[in-house]
Design a protein around this ligand. Structure first.
Ligand code: ADP
Ligand code: MG
Length: 319
């Protein structure tokens, strides 16, 4: 048995997601077990670590300056979690299919589609889609923080962006430039806006020049940004919309699950018109939480309607 100190260190490494430390400790335990004659257990432990290591993506070694500009995010969502029109689902499947069979395409001088612009209103599943693609293709999801790049490296952000594209080239993964055009709004300073415009231009040039194996996804909530010059740089532009009645219905049923009551679902679905996927998800989860906390088994219709109205009022207050 590992010592108490060892065991505590192991749990600590796990809780801190320090996989390097976790592996080292496990191998130390394996060595110790081998020494006291538990050869079988030692081999099993080593085997577990080897298997984990081979499937582990390479950790990107960022130099100190770029630290904090690219974050790896855990992705656990699957395609079946995405509620979108059949057309969009097919286009997402096409991204995955072409990536998986990219070598086959290469033999014919063709390249898989891998540079995307996702555009549309907030809360319709753009970030979620990036996460799903990373998960389905077993790749890390790396988020590039454009706003941080601009505020931190005022005047030299384009040079830093070049370094980021070198990383994209050397480390195959899904790279997400989430709300890459977000800066430049009211909150930013005058000189930030000029810097943003410069960075945006270099960004588009780097995207165009990129020949890596990575999947690059740029996301914008700002549909007015979409002009033809922009489309041209991407292999595909995917436009997200507020959920259709059919999508609202699926979301409602998925999110309420076994807490669903026997109300007229179509009536609720029409109440949800104008809300985003994220809003509907929130309203349902809020209603389920309230139901659990008041020791009920089914979400009451009136409670559900209240939660929906609460979501809608957020927008009414903003207007
Ligand atoms: N199309 C969708 N299908 C299922 N859930 C969704 C969808 N869109 C949004 N959600 C829910 O709302 C959350 C936030 O959505 P997100 O992908 O961040 O929206 P966006 O990036 O378009 O603003 C998601 O994590 C998910 O729980
Ligand atoms: Mg988003």
């Amino acid at each position: 048995m590992p010592s108490a100190t060892m065991l505590k260190a192991l749990v600590k490494a796990h809780l801190e997601s320090n996989s390097e430390q976790f592996h080292t400790l496990t191998l130390q335990i394996a060595a110790h077990e081998a020494k006291v004659g538990h050869i079988h257990l030692a081999n099993e432990l080593k085997h577990l670590i080897d298997r984990e290591k081979t499937k582990k993506p390479k950790i990107i070694n960022l130099n100190a300056e770029l630290q904090g500009l690219i974050l790896e995010r855990k992705s656990n969502e699957r395609l079946s979690d995405l509620v979108l029109s059949n057309d969009l689902i097919k286009r997402i499947q096409r991204i995955e299919r072409e990536f998986i069979q990219r070598e086959k395409l290469k033999l014919h001088g063709l390249v898989n589609r891998r540079k995307f612009l996702f555009a549309g209103p907030p809360g319709t599943g753009k970030t979620l889609t990036a996460s799903v693609i990373a998960k389905e293709l077993s790749m890390p999801l790396n988020i590039v923080l454009m706003d941080k790049l601009i505020t931190k490296f005022m005047g030299e952000s384009s040079g830093k962006l070049r370094q980021i594209f070198e990383i994209i080239n050397d480390n195959t993964a899904v790279y997400l430039f989430d709300e890459f055009d977000a800066i430049g709004g009211e909150r930013s300073k005058e000189n930030d806006v000029g810097e943003m415009r410069r960075v945006l231009n270099s960004f588009l040039q780097f995207i165009e020049a990129d020949k890596s194996d990575s999947i690059i996804i740029a996301i914008t909530n700002n549909v007015s940004l979409l002009d033809n010059a922009l489309f041209r740089r991407f292999d595909d532009v995917i436009k997200y919309e507020l959920p259709s009645a059919e999508e609202r219905k699926i979301l409602l049923m998925n999110k309420l699950g076994s807490f669903s009551g026997d109300y007229n679902i179509n009536e609720i679905v029409s109440l949800l018109e104008g809300l985003s996927h994220a809003d509907i998800t929130r309203a349902c989860i809020d209603a389920v939480k309230e139901t659990i906390l008041s020791d009920r088994r089914i979400v009451e219709k009136s409670l559900l309607i209240n939660m929906i109205k609460e979501r809608q009022s957020v927008y009414n207050n903003l207007r």
